[in-house]
Write a protein that binds this ligand. Structure first.
Ligand code: SAH
Length: 405
């Protein structure tokens, strides 16, 4: 289907620093680095960046209403940006997931497209069994949504496709493009059961956080589960129990999910029920605690201790200026969590704040935890990060020598 949206591209020139960032493959062009534009572009127009000598540098999706003015999709040589272009890109994404070892066996919940890092800036697509959930973070996709949707359907062949928007674009998506969140095409179930390394989980594909599940921690759940056998596990900020269910399946004696959200804990209960057919899950004691994890780790639960403590809070820094407060929050969590670990037990600290970099987080953790560092890790392989800002997830694991100060 030809795109109805084919005005001539907006030609841009940039400040020198922005130009070299583009040259080195960075996917974002900010409004304040645009030196000149050939015309006033509309949302979703193609923007083309030329250098001083009129050489093509890159092309991307234009949004005159956003400080992130262009999100790049093509570098070095011009290309026709149409349905065939998106199909080619989507099939490259699909090929990476199909490579040997890219995903654990018995896994049909995974990220199919990871935004900028896979040249779909501001768009992620997660598969949960038969359902593909596409979450869009920029209006610039919407004028060409028909051709993108066709490319995704052709490549990933989902039975159902759910369209979701980030909160900031949802009103304009409806008003200016007539696109509402929900099933595009035939409706499916709002809750889908999928498998992660042989375990069954539900994803709330219409209204759950992100696209319904935190797929980025898959490998870290498996790593942590390897430390859980025979022990008691505390999963702080548990959401729907991802870490604890893997721990139970790996032979943990007891698992405690701690979250402030009753809704998340109810999902954790259902996820345990979905897996009671596995003897190790059936044998594990499962408990949920609804509480503020900062307060509970510091003074709740009558000072209980565990053999493995996992601390995976939500982002503590939504903006760059929250960085110091976030570091203080991580310090507080690390300090409290280490006191909950039995001597010789393990502590896993994770951070998904993009504004807190890897080095700062790991140094803070190393300063707070006395013990042997076991490993550090980032995202699962289906969440490739091709530039600094995309590299948000970090995890560090210790064998704790001596609990408390
Ligand atoms: N570890 C989870 C993902 C965590 S998402 C997984 O592997 O799936 C962050 C979770 O923290 C959410 O479930 C949210 O409800 C919870 N949360 C946010 N603030 C909290 C607080 N102060 N205390 C406890 N839980 C909190």
């Amino acid at each position: 289907m030809p795109s109805p949206h084919t005005p001539p591209p907006v030609r841009l020139r940039l400040a020198a620093r922005a130009e070299s960032a583009v040259r080195s493959g960075h996917p974002w062009v900010f409004a304040d680095s645009v030196r000149s534009a050939s015309r006033e572009g509309a949302v979703g127009d193609i923007a083309v960046i030329y250098d001083r000598r009129d050489k093509f540098l890159a092309a991307g999706l234009y949004d005159p209403g956003s400080p992130l003015r262009v999100r790049l999709v093509q570098w070095r040589s011009p290309a026709k940006i149409d349905g065939a272009f998106w199909r080619q890109r989507a099939s490259e994404c699909s090929g990476r997931r199909g490579a040997p070892g890219a995903l654990p066996p018995e896994t049909d919940g995974y990220r199919c497209i990871n935004g900028e890092s896979e040249r779909f800036p501001g768009l992620v697509a997660d598969r949960y069994g038969p359902v593909l959930v596409v979450k869009i973070y920029t209006l610039a996709w919407l004028p060409r949504w028909d051709e993108v949707e066709a490319a995704l359907r052709e490549t990933f062949a989902p039975q159902h496709l759910v369209l979701r928007f980030s909160r900031n674009i949802a009103p304009a998506a409806r008003r200016d493009f007539g696109l509402a969140e929900g099933f595009a095409g035939p409706p499916g179930p709002p809750v889908v059961v999928f498998r992660e390394a042989g375990l069954r989980f539900e994803a709330e594909v219409l209204h759950g956080q992100k696209t319904g599940f935190f797929l980025d921690q898959r490998e870290n759940r498996l790593r942590a589960a390897g430390l859980a056998g025979g022990g008691e596990v505390l999963n702080a900020f548990s959401f729907s129990g991802g870490f604890s269910l893997h721990a139970a399946a790996a032979g943990a004696r007891a698992v405690t999910d701690l979250d402030i959200s009753r809704h998340a804990l109810a999902a954790a209960e259902r996820n345990f029920d979905l897996n009671r057919g596995l003897p190790d899950v059936a044998a594990a004691r499962h408990e949920t605690v609804q509480a503020d994890a900062f307060a509970w780790l510091e003074e709740g639960g009558a000072g209980r201790r565990f053999d493995l403590v996992i601390v995976d809070p939500p982002s503590l820094a939504r903006r760059a200026r929250d960085r110091d407060a976030a570091l203080a929050g991580y310090r507080r969590l690390a300090r409290a969590a280490v006191r909950r670990v039995r001597p010789g037990g393990h502590l896993l600290l994770a951070s998904c704040s993009a504004h807190v970099d890897r080095d700062a987080f790991f140094s803070l953790a190393r300063a707070e935890v006395r013990g042997a560092e076991c490993w550090t890790a980032g995202h699962a392989a289906d969440h490739p990060a091709a530039f600094r800002e995309a590299d948000y997830l970090k995890a560090i694991c210790f064998k704790v020598a001596r609990a408390g100060a």
